[in-house]
Design a protein around this ligand. Structure first.
Ligand code: ADP
Ligand code: MG
Ligand code: MG
Length: 537
């Protein structure tokens, strides 16, 4: 027992220490790094994509290099680049910051260099801008300036960029991005959680110091349970979604024994841990409202892509080090094909909606029911139809879900909370909140939330995890996953593993390179070399 405690302490210490890495030590390693030449030129070019949106806006490194290209060109391009930078912050800026952007745009607007960019601003609106100034620069005019600038950049500047040394540099980065990923790419730390097909542990990218969580799915286990298709689906859905409120997938790779999903490290723990394992049970009301607002936004994002989550429960909502939460575990998620419904029974006992239990056809409604159960649980530290640690048959939970009323006995339930839960727990789908074209975000429960700023990541979380604490159970408290013996892997399984192991996910990998400083470092050091001057032929 003592030894267990000791092992846990050592593992925690290593894990916490890794998160406060010495950046100077890392920088020394970067001196030996150089960017590869874009050898796989066609593959790289295909991966790079040919569209302005993808190359110059969505991909973070592409965006940076295009900016650098513009800033190193003529004055007109410099002004256009500045417009774009300033306008991208405009929509979320408030009061003073907003005034500043306006002023800055206004002064630039009448420089001779701006003429070719915003030439549409003739006649009426131009006069208005000029004479009446500030007061008349409203949302619509800002949008017009933004569109005009974008149209301008998409033309000549973009085609010049594609022939420039900056784009050659971009292709070098793409080549680097497409490297094969293996276990050697990471250091591994303690187990953070366990799931159906294996464990989730903390990992760190060796050359950037970036921490992630790695969900390892055991190949034999998957094969035995027929979980391969689902693993691939989880991976595909994860890499497709891009929301502040859903965990990002950054790498997908495999080794001899496991398929690995490398995701954002959520080191603040899951909400189940926060409800039951930290002293007084349940979560403070202001925190509940904040988390539910983020969860709701995440669910709406999935639904907007016609994805049903199907595993909404506190255990699958994770907090990051700042105290913001994201949905994780998309292992049960399915994509709805147009007009089709599903009737497969899936979910977790206690959170499943009546239509699932009755094996009727359903669509996104099941997520709103499960959200109702989850809000209830965050407040009362039990489920509406199942008490905490109650030993009860599934059939009985089903019966209660279909027949009993939801009771609000806990003293912390206030009127808006009871109301939103009741509306989410309506048995008839047509009457349930979120299911009839209504927007759950308009409910009074959310009156303190500004969703526009929440979605931009600008709302401070009401509670921040301690940086020296590990928010998960001690390692020996996780149940062990039974070893699979009687399964052999065959050649035909390989194709599926290859399909799964696509390596780095562009947007997030590029962000890692920029945030860690590797991008700036390599850009500096290669600029002095000959590669950059070669240009792309
Ligand atoms: P399963 O599909 O088997 O339920 P999950 O994806 O839910 O697996 O992961 C199991 C547990 O591992 C979670 O409940 C959580 O505690 C932990 N975990 C999962 N993903 C992360 C992450 N990105 N960061 C930190 N911990 C995680
Ligand atoms: Mg899970
Ligand atoms: Mg799962």
């Amino acid at each position: 027992d003592d030894l267990m405690g000791w092992n846990n302490l050592v593992a925690n210490t290593a894990y916490l220490k890794a998160q406060h890495i010495d950046r100077n030590e890392l920088r020394k390693q970067w001196l030996n790094l150089t960017l590869p030449r874009p050898m796989k030129s066609t593959a790289v070019r295909t991966a790079a994509g040919g569209q302005y949106e993808s190359l110059c806006e969505q991909q973070p490194i592409g965006r940076k290099l295009f900016q650098q290209f513009l800033l190193s060109s003529n004055l007109q391009y410099v002004v256009a680049a500045q417009f774009m930078e300033e306008l991208s912050g405009w929509s979320f800026a408030e009061n003073e910051a907003r005034e500043k952007v306006k002023q800055s745009i206004l002064t630039k607007l009448w420089q001779p260099e701006s003429r070719g960019i915003v030439s549409y601003l003739k006649g009426d609106s131009a006069e208005r801008c000029k004479t009446l100034s500030n007061k008349y620069i409203d949302e619509a005019i800002m949008d017009k300036i933004k569109e005009a600038t974008r149209d301008f950049l998409k033309g000549k500047p973009f085609s010049e960029y594609l022939k420039s040394a900056f784009f050659y540099r971009f292709l070098q980065w793409k080549e680097y991005e497409m490297q094969k990923i293996s276990d050697k790419y990471f250091y591994e730390f303690r187990t953070l959680g366990k799931g159906g097909f294996g464990e989730v542990c903390a990992v760190q990218v060796k050359h950037t110091g970036q921490m992630y969580a790695c969900k390892k799915l055991e190949k034999k286990h998957l094969k035995k349970k027929g979980g391969e298709r689902m693993a691939l689906l989880e991976k595909r859905i994860l890499e497709k979604v891009n929301s502040l409120f859903i965990v990002n997938l950054v790498y997908a790779y495999s080794n001899k024994t496991h398929l690995c999903l490398v995701m954002d490290l959520m080191n603040g723990g899951d909400l189940k841990f926060h409800i039951y394992e930290l002293g007084e049970r349940g979560i403070r009301m202001d925190r509940v409202v904040h988390y539910v607002a983020q969860i709701t936004t995440g669910i709406l994002h999935l639904h907007s892509m016609n994805i049903v989550y199907r595993d909404m429960k506190p255990e699958n909502v994770l907090l990051d080090n700042k105290g913001q939460c994201r949905l994780s575990d998309l292992g049960l998620a399915v994509e709805l094909t147009k007009g089709k419904m599903i009737c497969q029974k899936a979910g977790t006992t206690g959170y499943m909606a009546p239509e699932v239990l009755k094996q009727e056809y359903y669509r996104t409604s099941v997520d709103w029911w499960a959200l109702g159960c989850s809000i209830y649980e965050m407040v009362a530290a039990r489920l509406p139809f199942k008490d905490f640690r109650e030993k009860v048959q599934k059939e009985e939970v089903t019966r209660r879900t279909l027949e009993d009323d939801c009771k609000f006995q806990h003293k912390r339930f206030d009127a808006p909370t009871k109301d939103i839960i009741s509306q989410l727990l309506r048995r008839r789908v047509e009457q349930r909140l979120g299911c009839c074209g209504d927007d759950p975000r308009n409910h009074v429960f959310f009156k303190s939330i500004n969703f526009h700023r929440l979605e931009a990541g600008l709302v401070e979380p009401p509670w921040v995890p301690k940086s020296n604490m590990v928010y998960t159970k001690d390692m020996d408290k996780f149940r062990n996953i039974s070893q699979v013996q009687d399964i052999e892997l065959e050649d035909k399984d390989e194709q599926f593993y290859t399909e799964f192991s696509t390596g780095a996910v562009s947007i997030h990998w590029q962000k890692e390179m920029i945030d860690s400083g590797v991008f700036d470092q390599l850009n500096k050091s290669t600029q002095n070399g000959h590669d950059c001057a070669t240009g792309w032929k």
